[in-house]
Design a protein around this ligand. Structure first.
Ligand SMILES: *[C@@H]1O[C@H](CO)[C@@H](O)[C@H](O)[C@H]1NC(C)=O
Length: 484
């Protein structure tokens, strides 16, 4: 979604001086009595305001509140933007009051790119709460620091706003709840099983959504009904209106359900780095140590440069305990404006390990084992199986049916430290799958320089899992302006 942010920012310059032709449509309440509230929709980029009519009606159907719906639209280039948003909202407040709405229980509901702009507007506006559909508070804005209640509602099969991005927001909420349990109701982060990005709206989607989105496993009507229930519960709790205990129980249940999809992702993400070490790198060193692993304690430090370049893996002995200290450098794709189409997981882990021969030599004093045949590719195979094993049964089934596997090529071998550190892990998305090739540097224990090191450019198990859970489910590699 925010891949359109830059484009929208460029276009924003064009809006200045233009007449602000934003409009809104009002859908009156379907209930004749009860407390009143209104949801005011902000569309995604290139999506018509009226594409949210069915979503709005589903919220009305789910709630006992006398709920008004306003759909804003007709933004310049059909794309919501910070310059026109205030006028669109003023127009909606006005129209709602003229149509007979009582009170000012306004909730802003934004989809996709609309959700990038709504939160900053909403802070100092008549809106009392915010709902983000297939969208999120971008980095630098915390849930706990946000001044108004905010519901983040995501789809399991959203190919535009990947579930791995929303998993970060979910994790933030879990931390908040441990300090302030009521955060669950003030800033819930929920997930609809089997729904995609387009299903927050209805009708045809713009090309960019179609290119990235995944195939849903529930119908549009089912998706809308679930959106309706979540938003209705959030509104009841936010305004303390009707059946609040029931609404709280439903939010709590939905949060637990969302956790069954977010937690597996987060548990594998934690293998990249927990505290200041990399559990995946520790696991990789143990794998290399094979039958000797019981005799060895593996430590790891995630370093950044220049420390990573300078450090070498080292053995130490205290009493009869032998340990090896390993080093890891983690690289991510640059993503300064928190774009949701860029993978969340690392592009590579550069890991400095000791070879099997080196471990054998240190433990036994015996130099040649004839057994040192481990490769970085084998470790990457392990990353793939860790990712698969940790995925939900649904994710496993989808990945197996996808025909876009992770394809591991033999290592590129080098004996030159400079060449090893400057060649990245190859990670190339093609229509037939994700092609991965490691760069390996294994040096003999007899060498004068770097004796016994085994350096690998490793695939992150989380990257493998993100591929399985998101990218592999597209029929082909996304193409076009914001494609590859
Ligand atoms: C956009 O403008 C058209 C033409 O004036 C109008 O029919 C439609 O209702 C407007 N859409 C919204 C969401 O206000």
């Amino acid at each position: 979604m925010t891949s359109l942010l830059l484009l929208a920012a460029m276009f924003s310059a064009l809006f200045i001086g233009q007449s602000l032709a934003v409009t809104s449509c009002i859908i009156p309440p379907i209930r004749s009595s009860g407390p009143e509230a209104a949801v005011i929709f902000v569309p995604g980029a290139s999506i018509d305001g009226k594409a949210y009519e069915e979503t709005g009606r589903a919220i009305q159907a789910a709630t006992n509140i006398r709920l008004w719906v306003a759909l804003t639209g007709n933004y310049t280039l059909n794309t919501p933007n910070p310059l026109q948003l205030p006028a669109a909202m003023r127009g909606a407040f006005d129209k709602l009051q003229k149509a007979g709405m009582k009170g000012e229980n306004y909730v802003g509901v934004a989809h996709s790119l609309g959700g990038v702009f709504l939160p900053s507007y909403a802070k100092d506006s008549p809106l009392k709460a915010v709902v983000l559909l297939g969208s999120y508070l971008t980095s630098g804005n915390s849930l706990s620091g946000y001044p108004k209640p905010i519901l983040t509602l995501s789809g399991e099969l959203d190919g535009q706003t990947r579930i791995t991005r929303i998993a970060l927001t979910y994790k933030e909420l879990v931390n908040d709840i441990s300090k302030t349990p009521s955060a669950l109701y003030r800033t819930p982060v929920l997930n609809i099983k089997g729904s995609n990005h387009a299903q927050f709206a209805s009708g045809p989607m713009p090309g960019i959504v179609a290119r990235y989105d995944l195939k849903p496993e529930i119908s549009d009507a089912e998706a809308h009904q679930e959106i309706g229930e979540h938003v209705s519960n959030f509104i009841s709790v936010t305004f303390n209106l009707c059946k609040v205990d029931q609404a709280k129980a439903a939010i709590s249940g939905a949060f637990t359900d969302a956790g069954t999809r977010f937690q597996p992702l987060l548990s594998v993400k934690a293998m990249d780095k927990t505290g200041d070490s990399s559990p995946w790198s520790v696991r990789a060193q143990k794998e290399v140590a094979a039958d000797l692993q019981e005799q060895l304690t593996v430590k790891n430090k995630v370093a950044s440069n220049p420390a990573f370049t300078i450090n070498k893996p080292e053995f130490s002995r205290s009493g009869d305990k032998v340990s090896v200290k390993t080093y890891t450098l983690i690289d991510y794709a640059r993503n300064p404006i928190d774009v949701s189409t860029i993978p969340e997981s690392p592009t590579e882990l550069s890991v400095k390990l000791k070879s099997y021969d080196a471990i054998h030599l240190f433990l036994t004093g015996d130099r040649s084992t004839g057994q040192d045949d481990s490769t970085c590719k084998q470790l990457n195979e392990l990353a793939v199986s860790i990712a698969f094993d940790a995925s939900t049964p649904d994710a496993k089934r989808r990945y197996q049916a996808s025909n876009r596997p992770i394809i591991l090529a033999d290592d590129i071998c080098t004996d030159n430290g400079f060449s090893w550190s400057t060649q990245p892990l190859k990670l190339v998305e093609k229509d037939d799958g994700l092609h991965v090739q490691s760069v390996a540097m294994k040096v003999s224990t007899r060498s004068i320089l770097f004796p016994g090191v085994f350096y690998c450019k490793l695939l992150s198990p989380y990257r493998a899992m993100e591929w399985m859970n998101v990218d592999s489910l597209r029929e082909e590699a996304p193409r076009g302006l914001f494609g590859k």
